[in-house]
Write a protein that binds this ligand. Structure first.
Ligand SMILES: [Zn+2]
Length: 350
């Protein structure tokens, strides 16, 4: 718990919103950094449209309406508890928003492999039009997640942190000298698209062999389907209803937790790829702490131990280096929204 809020010129409650692949999640963060309200709506699906420019606008507008809906729900919830918080139910004058992909410093989405229909959308403008009178702060979701983990979560006390979100792909956020790094154009931390095998499997970004094709939940599914089609992983295939093509990462995790040695080997293989990437990142950034988040972390110690072993074996200088912590995220699916609320309170990433 930190106490910066009491001196903030803003309202006592800050709103943070995270635009996810399936849901728009919002939280209201109180003066003692406690989550006082939460709201969520499904992420609108892209309208079918022949013109890519207009389609981008349509998709962005729908998401902006969904965000306004979440803010209205948070306003109502905060009014409901306003007495106990002493806010008078004023809501939040600033709204922080986390969005996936490469955002420039104007809040425009330049590139998002997993959200191509929204390319070119200026989130700050679109969302601002739906929420007049409020200051809108838009940042990359992973940059906000690392802010939350650094300030309030698993990386408290460290000044040099890399957050790695192992979901469908890999998201990355960097803290150097206690501050979130966004790079020269806003695009720093796109660690999932470091190419680790130029002849590897194709990536939604248009290239081949990106780290996230090997070390994410999506990578786990890919490896497992390959093994299943080659006649291995019978128990995992059974979990997937008998169809090798239908095997998902979650099926492998479930079989591994139940003790299936084949599934455990696949998880360990993915863990090796995680550690391999962390060792490369350590060469560039020398963090004190890696925070691992995202659905793949649900595979537990099997994955983490394998990643730690690979990191120790592969990192330059090996045993001569001081230990680097590899920990799991504290905020789970709320990390982006909590970081967005912190950025709203601070007026940006600082
Ligand atoms: Zn890629």
């Amino acid at each position: 718990v930190t106490s910066g809020a009491e001196t903030s010129a803003d309202a006592d409650v800050s709103f943070g919103i995270d635009i996810g692949g399936t849901k728009v999640l919002g939280i209201a963060l109180g003066p003692l950094d406690e989550i006082v309200a939460e709201a969520r709506v499904p992420t609108p699906t892209a309208p079918a449209h022949p013109d890519p420019v207009d389609a981008a606008g349509d998709t962005g507008v729908e998401v902006a309406y969904a965000i306004a809906d979440v803010v209205a729900q948070l306003d109502a919830a905060v009014r409901g508890v306003g007495g106990s918080l002493g806010t008078g139910g004023s809501g939040s004058s600033s709204v922080g928003v986390g969005a996936p992909g490469m955002l420039d410093r104007e809040g425009r989405l330049r590139f998002a492999p997993n959200l191509p229909q929204a390319h070119g959308v200026n989130w700050r403008v679109l969302i601002g039009e739906r929420l007049p009178g409020r200051r809108i702060i838009v940042e990359n979701d992973a940059n906000l997640a690392v802010l939350a983990e650094h300030r309030l979560g698993a990386a408290r006390g460290y000044q040099h942190v890399v957050m790695v979100t192992l979901g469908t792909g890999i998201g990355g956020g960097l803290i150097v000298d206690g501050r979130v790094q966004v790079g020269g154009h806003g695009f720093a931390g796109e660690i999932g698209h470091m190419v680790v095998d130029p002849a590897g499997p194709p990536c939604p970004c248009g290239r081949r062999g990106c780290w996230e094709r090997f070390a994410s939940g999506g990578g786990l599914g890919l490896m497992a389907r390959e093994a299943a089609l080659a006649g291995r992983l019978p128990e995992v295939v059974a979990l997937a209803g008998g169809d090798p093509e239908g095997v998902r990462g979650e099926d492998v995790t479930a079989a591994a937790v139940a003790g299936d040695p084949d599934a455990r080997r696949v998880i360990e293989q993915v863990g090796w790829w995680v550690g391999f990437g962390l060792a490369n990142l350590a060469c560039v950034l020398d963090p004190e702490c890696f925070v691992l988040g995202g659905g793949l972390v649900g595979a537990g110690d099997l994955l983490l131990d394998s990643a730690r072993r690979a990191f120790d074996e592969l990192v330059e200088g090996g045993p001569t280096r001081p230990a680097t912590a590899i920990v799991t995220a504290a905020f789970g699916e709320r990390a982006g929204a909590v970081g967005a609320a912190l950025a709203a309170r601070d007026g940006g990433l600082g």
